[in-house]
Design a protein around this ligand. Structure first.
Ligand SMILES: NCc1[nH]cc(CCC(=O)O)c1CC(=O)O
Length: 309
């Protein structure tokens, strides 16, 4: 095919632009006849920066405009952090590629302390994620958790301004922006079970563009895809949006998949955890089964509490 142009709809945050450039470079180095252009856009989520995410309807806010651009033919693909992508897509669009995963862990960032355990009573920890908040409160009830929003740079600035003693960010975002030196320590999955898809980048496009699907296919990383599919299936089974603390994290052990899941109350007074192992190819079934078990163990009650308040 001759000189195909692929346009990437992207948000303008440094992290979103990094991810779009990453896909651009990979596509252009794989296909000498492809030129990739970036179409930077502002989304509702970027504008409503002061409202807690959990109050303004969550994840879709950051991608709706990008999806509209693809549906209108103003762009061909959108590159997303998998953990920010809703489970369902508008008619005609789909997520066909998941690239190799970066470090999926949460990172502890502080100018004065090395670990969460070291923080004194009353110390203020910043995070925008109910999942992180729940796990911190459950383990360290003497700490204060305060909402922290904004892109990665904004969050680091708020830490440096002294509003927080420490903040928790995804290691992947910091590494991609070459801010590794800000990471005081990494939280193990036992300390902070990651969000589904954390650290992985996915590509959404129009499903009727067969030529494009073929060009994108080599960017897919099979292992990451199996893991993230299982993690997303668990979230889907729980029907939880970002108003509920949910963690899900899968690892491959040979041809087996090990999926861990967590659901809790935001205040950390209840945390349910379970895990499941099975054939790696059956991630969706395993995710659905783990969700069912968590619901039966009391996650149904937690979801009911969150959605009735
Ligand atoms: N919700 C924000 C978000 N979405 C993706 C990342 C970066 C890491 C990733 O790709 O998972 C971040 C920042 C963070 O949580 O600290």
């Amino acid at each position: 095919m001759a000189n195909r142009i692929i346009r990437i709809a992207t948000r303008k945050s440094l992290l979103a632009l990094w991810q779009a450039h990453y896909v651009k470079e990979r596509l252009e180095s794989l296909h000498s006849d492809v030129t990739v252009e970036l179409v930077p856009m502002t989304t509702k989520g970027d504008v409503l920066l002061d409202t807690p995410l959990s109050k303004i309807g969550g994840k879709g806010l950051f991608i709706k405009e990008l999806e509209q651009a693809m549906l209108d033919g103003r762009a061909d693909i959108a590159v997303h952090s998998m953990k920010d992508v809703p489970v369902e897509f508008p008619e005609g669009l789909g997520l066909t590629v998941i690239c190799e995963r970066e470090d999926p862990r949460d990172a502890f960032v502080s100018n004065h302390y090395q670990t969460l355990a070291e923080l004194p009573a009353g110390a203020v920890v910043g995070t925008a994620s109910l999942r992180r908040e729940c796990q911190i409160r459950a383990r360290y009830p003497h700490l204060e958790v305060k909402t922290l929003r904004g892109n990665v740079q904004t969050r680091l600035r708020k830490l440096d301004d002294g509003e927080y003693d420490a903040i928790i960010l995804a290691a992947a975002g910091l590494k991609r922006l070459e801010l590794d030196d800000r990471i005081a320590g990494l939280l193990s999955p036992e300390d902070s079970l990651p969000a589904n898809g954390q650290g992985a980048v996915g590509i959404e496009c129009r499903l009727d563009d067969a030529e494009l699907l073929e060009l994108l296919a080599p960017l897919n990383d099979r292992d990451t895809q199996l893991r993230v599919e299982a993690e997303r299936a668990m979230n889907h089974g729980l029907q939880g949006g970002c108003q509920v603390p949910i963690g899900s994290y899968a690892l491959l052990e040979g041809d087996q998949l090990w999926l861990r899941g967590l659901v809790g109350r935001p205040d950390g007074t209840k945390v349910l955890y379970d895990e499941i192992r099975g054939p790696a190819e059956q991630g969706r079934t395993l995710g659905a089964e783990l969700a069912k078990r968590l619901l039966a163990a009391g996650a149904d009650q937690i979801l009911a509490e969150v959605y009735s308040s």
